[in-house]
Design a protein around this ligand. Structure first.
Ligand SMILES: [Zn+2]
Length: 196
């Protein structure tokens, strides 16, 4: 600890600050920097003006294979893969830059679920990268559109069809669209009242 350079510490603080802004949990910061738990917790409180949340990280592999999360996870991981292959950014930096690009894509493309809270949180994105590193997940090619999508490592990928080519029957029925449908229904019944 005593021999750690000041410039490395400055880099770690800068990286941790950017990750906190993106919503990273303390466990993520501990894994990606060499700063102590106490210093990270203090930094977290300074940046967000609140205590870091406690509790377990979201560790479910299955979450990434459900319809909407799978599309978001796939967009993020494709950007991250490209960043890792085509730039010399260290992992932490590549994560931050990829996640920022994902957020831009998710809101610019008006992706479903792109509300105030992104479907894929920064911590989930980090967990996803860990799953790939430990070979619990892989990319599988869609037999219909040939795009590559996040999938279980053990899943049979022959004849795999992605969630965009074959959305589930209830896809698109978000809370927002339910609210719009209700409003339309109310407006219609209002009109009928006038006619009668
Ligand atoms: Zn497809």
């Amino acid at each position: 600890m005593a021999t750690r350079s000041v410039s490395q510490e400055a880099k770690d603080i800068h990286l941790a600050t950017r990750m906190i802004h993106l919503g990273a949990r303390l466990q993520v910061l501990q894994a990606e920097t060499s700063l102590s738990y106490e210093r990270l917790a203090r930094l977290y409180r300074e940046v967000r003006q609140e205590s870091p949340p406690k509790g377990m990280l979201p560790f479910s592999v299955d979450w990434f294979t459900t319809w909407l999360p799978n599309i978001h996870a796939t967009i993020f991981y494709s950007i991250y893969q490209y960043m890792s292959l085509c730039t010399s950014l260290p992992k932490g930096e590549a994560l931050v830059e990829s996640y920022r690009l994902y957020l831009e894509q998710a809101s610019a493309g008006r992706l479903e679920g792109a509300g105030d809270e992104p479907v894929l949180s920064f911590t989930r994105a980090w967990v996803l990268v860990r799953f790939f590193e430990s070979e619990m997940m892989q990319m599988a090619q869609c037999a219909s559109c040939q795009g590559n999508f996040v999938a279980h490592a053990q899943a049979l990928t022959n004849g795999f069809v992605c969630g965009i080519c074959k959305p589930p029957p209830r896809a698109g029925k978000t809370q927002a669209s339910r609210v719009i449908r209700k409003k339309k229904k109310r407006a219609r019944s209002g009109q009928n009242d006038h006619v009668q």
